[in-house]
Design a protein around this ligand. Structure first.
Ligand code: F6R
Length: 247
């Protein structure tokens, strides 16, 4: 299903509220909540609302375990552009999550260590009973996580090469496209698909053409987000501008 909100602020608050309800419902059953998280500009307001719910409304993250979708490779966690830094700044530094419950792909591994790391990442998710909810944004290439065009629908966590357009979109953060890493470690489309619930958020008219392809276009590896059409557990949450091209 597709839900369109008047603006990104309202939509973000709604998604944050849903996450909070999920955490509270699970806590009431003494269960942990396993969340799949995204970075980028799209979820920033949603994280801000989760921080507010923690500070002002008593939401706690003591039983929450998180797995981030991706990290650039190579990438030092302390670098300003790392997804570790992003998550700390926007969420983790402001809530009461146990640092041991935070999982983000490791951008400092030697290349030959990556396959074993990726298998362990998958295994850890499985051992915890799988992702309860996966949050996604969408790139202008149609990527989810860093699953660029050509990604297989059953792909797992792995090292990938970033699309040129994706690197252009990251150029400002790195002071030029030439400084953007050419690779990343990302959960696969298959990994994402195993989540019990998936929410893809998109704001802004710049995303309207790719949102139209993802929601209404023919399913194809050329636009990896079209694979989400196969799942009954996916919800697209859009603002009016991102939804503008939908029929
Ligand atoms: C980020 C990620 C990417 C972004 C996408 C949109 O962890 O996996 O798929 O969600 O590139 O980025 P923004 O939100 O910056 O437009």
């Amino acid at each position: 299903p597709v839900t369109v909100y008047e603006n990104a602020e309202l939509a973000s608050r709604q998604v944050a509220r849903r996450i909070a309800e999920l955490i509270k419902k699970k806590q009431a059953h003494s269960e942990k909540t396993v969340l799949g998280l995204a970075t980028g500009s799209t979820p920033i307001r949603m994280y801000a609302e989760l921080v507010r719910l923690h500070r002002e409304e008593g939401l706690n993250f003591r039983d929450v375990i998180t797995f981030n979708l991706d990290e650039y490779y190579p990438m030092r966690p302390t670098a300003p552009q790392s997804y570790v830094t992003f998550m700390n700044e926007h969420l983790f530094d402001h809530i009461d999550i146990d640092p041991n419950n935070i999982n983000i792909p490791n951008g400092t591994l030697a290349q030959e260590e990556i396959p074993a790391f990726c298998l362990a990442y998958e295994r850890k998710i499985e051992e915890l009973g799988g992702l309860d909810l996966q949050i996604l944004g969408i790139g202008r290439t149609g990527h989810i996580g860093f699953n660029e065009p050509g990604s297989a629908p059953n792909s797992g966590t792995r090292l990938v090469t970033l699309d040129d357009l994706t690197r252009w979109d990251a150029a400002r953060d790195f002071g030029g496209k030439e400084n953007v890493p050419t690779k990343a470690i990302t959960m696969g489309i298959g990994t994402i698909f195993k989540a019990r619930e998936i929410i893809l958020m998109a704001w802004n008219g710049k995303k309207a053409p790719i949102v139209k392809k993802a929601v209404e276009g023919e399913m194809s590896g050329e636009v990896p987000a079209t694979y989400l059409q196969l799942s009954d557990n996916v919800e697209f949450i859009l603002d009016q501008d991102a939804a503008a091209d939908l029929t």
